[in-house]
Each structure stands twice: as C-alpha cells, then as structure tokens.
Design a protein around this ligand. Structure first.
Ligand code: HEM
Length: 543
C-alpha cells in the first residue's frame, strides 16, 4: 500500500508540473488520461485480488493523488506563481471559483474596483491566472493590434459554431467585422432613421396616453429597443410596444445572463458543458430567434436589414458566412442589440429624473438646433453637443457591459508604464467600471455631470474640462479589433430616444423621496447588467 501511495504522490507532482503553468491545460487533456489510468489500475488490481482489496488500493491511490495534486496546486498558485507578487484575495489566487462566485452574485466589476482601492494598486490578482488592471495606457497595450481574446468569450459558442463575439481567428473575424461594418455604415444608419422614428413615436404616443401615470421604465424601453432591433435586423414589426408581441425572449435574456456569467468565468466548466445538453432557457431563446429568422426568410418585401448584409461576402477576402454562421448571430444580435440599449437608457432617464436642469438644457439645445417638425437622426442632431454629452455620461456611468471582456497577455509578456510586468498567457481584464469610475481619470466620478464632456468655450479641439483627465479611459464600447460592432446604431438610438422623450415630457421619480442608492445597489452585473424595476413619471409638456 505504501508503494502505491508513493507512486501516486510522485505521479501527482509530475502531473501538476504539466498542468499548472499559465495557460492551464484544457480539461480534456487531463480528465481523459485520469479516467483511462483509473480503468487500467482497476484491471491491474483486480487480477488475483478480492474485490475489497482491489477497491481499497484504488481508493488509496486516488486519495493520495488528488490530495497531493490539490496541495501542490494551492502552494504553487499562492507562492510560486509569476502572479504571486500581485495583491488580491488569497482565495482568488487559489481558485477561479472565487471570481465565479462574485460573478454569480453579479458584483465582479464593483468587487474588482474595491480591490484596486483597498490594495492601492493598478494591478490586482483576481484568479490563479487572472489580473484586473486599472491603467489607461494598458488599454492599447493589451487590446490594440491582433490580441488573443480571453476565455470568457468562448461562452458564446457553447452550442458549437462561432459568431463575431466568440471567434478567435483574426482572418475570419476581420472579414466578419467588415461585413458587420457595412450594416452600420453612415449611409445605412441614415436609412434606419425613418424606422427609428416610427418606433420612438410609438413610445412617445404611449407615454402621452399614460399622461404622467407611473411607468416601469425598464419594461417600456425593453419593448422599444427590442422592437427596433427586430425591425432593423429581421425586417419585422414585433409589436412589443403595441402590446402584441411575446415578451418571452426579453425575460429569457434576463434569466440566462446569470448562467453565462458564471460559466464564462470557469473555462473548465465551459469545456464540460459542451458535452452536456444546453440550458432549457438557452434552447428556448434559440428556438424563438430561429423562428423570427425563418419568418424573415419568407418575406416578399425587400429586406433592407442587418441580416441582409450578413449574407453578403466580404469584399476584401471574399469570405462569406455560412447559413450556420448567420444563425449563430441571431441570439447575440437580439441580446446585445436590445438589452444593452434599454438598461443604459433606463438608468440615464433615472439620472435625468433627479436633475430637471439637465432636462431643461437638452430642450433648450434642441430648440436651438432642430428645425420645426424635423425628424431626429444622427444628421439632424449633429449640432446637439449637450445631448451627446448626456448620452456619453450615461454610457460612462451605466455601461451595460461593466466588467469588460478579457484579453490574453501576448508572448513575452507586457510591462505597464507603472513598471508592473504582466507575464505571457495571463488573462487580463480592464473593466469598464474599474476604468470609468476612477477619480484619476474622471474627477467626481460618482456624479452624473454631462458638462464634463463639453469642450470649453475658446479652448482648442480636444482640450476638455478638468472633469475628464484622460478621455482614453472612456471605453463603454470596448477597444480595438473586438470593440462593439453596433456602436454607430447604439449612439443614434440613444440620442434619438433621449431627445424625443425629454423634448415632450417632464421626467420625475414616482415617489419624490426615491432611494436611488438602494436601487443602484440592486443592479446585477451578469456579463450585461440586469437592473431592478423603476417607476418614473413622464408628464407631457404643454409648450
Ligand atoms: C449601449 C449600447 C451598447 C454598448 C455600450 C455596447 C458595448 C459593447 C462592448 C463593450 C462589446 C465588447 C467589446 C470587446 O470585446 O472589446 C460589444 C460587442 C459587440 N456589440 Fe455592442 N454595445 C451596445 C449596443 C450594441 C448594438 C445595438 C449592437 C447591434 C446589434 C451591438 C453589437 C455588438 C457586436 C456584434 C459585438 C461583438 C463584436 C466583436 O466581438 O467583434 N452592440 N458591445
């Protein structure tokens, strides 16, 4: 028995040397050999021994192996890892489960920010092979050029297949992004103007009918954003604003974001889940999406929509998406295309509800810049700089993807301008919340101050007020090759919606003593942020 134990301990040390370095070895690479080794051992021990003896030998050898592996891994991660020099919770250094649990609770961005402050460090360790970085120069160092995207993005292809948000191959990703880019070119955005106008008009009419009665703002804007994306992507009038369409897909998004967020932080779990049946909410969401897409394919009218572009080849390389590739873009379009907009806008309207002076200033600017009965669009709102500042400030404080998307540190590692060396293969996060709520970049970061984005009278272009110390830290849409594919549409949609609603209504909280801080504490960052209900009043303006 002693020989078995010694052999198991030596084997465990050897395996640990093999699986521990950064990056860690994929689950299959050691689970499969482990199972095979156990099968061979069972066969070996069962020859000429009783069941009890061979079973005891097997248990002893497994216990010695697992215990030694666990202890070796913990000691290595705590004291001998190249990341040991960085501060952070000990539990985070030991296991990815710490970060996954923060993710489950929907508070990773806030926890990471608190760690940077507690340890007074721009680099903190948030996993055995993971760091959170709070340094503006690092954004381009890690996300500029052809960087390797982190493990988290692989959660978008659990059911097999790829979309732009999961793809790691730069050649194909580049081609797919150019295809996406054509759907959001300036000329296309202008073509979407009339459709945006129709949908925002429905929301405005609805608010007029409600005439100052409390409205659950998240629900109102979910309906608006979902109707818009289903029209622009699939040429369909889904009718949520008219109370006709099915709200189920919106509810499903809220449900499965939680699962995605946890699994995204556990790459080994992602690998296992690929072999298991999909979560029922995910299956239903896919089915609804495919139904919407199938309906689109039967339309007789010309389909001047985003998916029309996705079906065309990339002009530079000739690369074309297969039918499967196109279908893989349905769920992501419905999720990021609607949920991001509605949560950002809802929280922006809540910020406006507490600041009537900002509403008044938006109205005054619209009066000065817009012609009478002019349809609002990126073109007609071009001169509305204060409106743009309000939307930018909303995106700074309420970005829907608050925790960032990770990158893998390149070969040879990177030295930050703080002097910190980040070893190769480390997964790093430069989170939106960590960066955009930092006083060093945005003084009075906790306050909603659109004027921070206005260039001072008489100053040079690019010379901002002293409330923006470094505009490179404004990253609501991410940065680099994987930055948001729908930014132009998102900006247009948010500007038009804010302008139309603020021009026609006085916005206030349902209860004058609304506890904004408790409401903000209840938001959950589940890859995309999920917010609790909020009732606002939209009182029609008479002039
Ligand atoms: C408030 C609105 C929005 C915000 C703040 C936002 C932000 C983001 C962020 C931070 C990313 C990840 C970037 C990265 O990995 O570095 C992303 C990815 C993406 N977004 Fe948006 N988004 C918004 C709305 C939209 C809309 C309306 C669409 C249109 C359908 C869209 C399409 C995409 C796509 C396709 C990607 C994946 C890009 C890639 O991986 O190459 N987004 N977005």
């Amino acid at each position: 028995m002693i020989t078995h134990t010694i052999v198991a301990v030596i084997a465990a040390f050897t395996v640990c040397l093999f699986v521990s370095p950064i990056p860690e070895v994929p689950t299959e690479a050691y689970v499969l050999p482990y199972v095979i080794a156990n099968g061979l051992l069972s066969w070996f021990f069962s020859r000429g021994s009783s069941f009890t003896t061979s079973f005891t030998s097997l248990i002893t050898i497994n216990a010695a192996f697992i215990l030694t592996s666990t202890l070796t891994t913990i000691i290595r991660r705590l004291y001998f890892s190249p990341l040991s020099r960085y501060p952070g919770p000990k539990l985070a250094a030991v296991s990815g489960l710490w970060n996954a649990n923060e993710a489950r609770l929907g508070r990773t961005p806030r926890t990471h920010k608190a760690l940077h402050e507690r340890f007074d460090s721009d680099v903190v360790r948030i996993g055995p092979n993971e760091l959170s970085i709070r340094n503006v120069g690092a954004i381009d160092q890690f996300y500029g050029g052809k960087y390797i995207r982190g493990n988290f993005s692989q959660v978008f292809n659990l059911q097999g297949g790829q979309n732009v948000a999961s793809l790691r191959d730069h050649k194909i990703h580049g081609a797919w992004r150019r295809i996406w880019g054509r759907a959001f070119a300036g000329s296309e955005i202008l073509r979407y103007t009339q459709r945006l106008h129709v949908h925002t008009s429905r929301t405005v009419e609805k608010l007029r009918r409600l005439s100052g009665k409390p409205v659950e703002c998240g629900h109102l804007l979910d309906a608006l954003a979902f109707d818009i994306i289903l029209d622009l992507a699939f040429s369909q009038d889904y009718g949520l604003q008219k109370g006709k369409g099915d709200f189920k897909p919106v509810e499903l998004i809220h449900n499965f974001l939680g699962l995605m967020q946890v699994v995204g932080h556990l790459p080994h779990a992602q690998q296992v889940l690929r072999y298991l049946p999909m979560d029922p909410d995910g299956v239903l969401f896919d089915q609804i999406g495919e139904g919407i897409f199938a309906k689109r394919q039967t339309l007789k009218t010309p389909r001047e929509d985003i998916f029309e572009h996705l079906g065309k080849p990339d002009r530079e390389t000739g690369i074309k998406m297969s039918n499967k590739d196109i279908k893989m873009h349905i769920p992501i379009t419905m999720t990021v295309g609607a949920h991001s907009i509605s949560t950002t806008l809802t929280r922006t309207f809540a910020a406006l509800a507490s600041q009537p002076d900002i509403q008044a200033r938006i109205r005054q600017e619209l009066g000065d810049t817009l012609g009478e009965n002019e349809v609002m669009s990126s073109k007609t709102l071009r001169g509305a700089r204060y409106l743009e500042a309000v939307v930018k400030e909303g995106l700074r404080m309420f970005s829907p993807l608050h925790g960032g998307t990770p990158a893998i540190s390149p070969k040879g590692g990177i030295t930050l301008d703080t002097g910190d060396f980040i070893p190769e293969h480390t997964q790093i996060w430069i989170g939106q919340h960590v960066m955009m709520s930092d006083e060093k970049y945005f003084p009075r970061a906790g306050e909603f101050l659109p004027q921070r984005w206005l260039i001072q009278e008489g100053s040079k272009e690019g010379d901002m007020t002293n409330l923006v110390k470094d505009k490179r830290a404004w990253i609501p849409f991410g940065y680099g090759t994987h930055a948001c594919g729908g930014r132009a549409l998102a900006m247009e949609e948010m500007k038009v919606t804010v302008a139309r609603i603020v021009r026609d209504f006085d916005i206030s909280f349902r209860q004058p003593q609304f506890d904004y801080d408790s409401w903000a504490d209840s938001w959950k960052d589940l890859f995309l942020t999920v917010i609790e209900k909020i009732d606002l009043r939209f009182v029609p303006r008479t002039v």
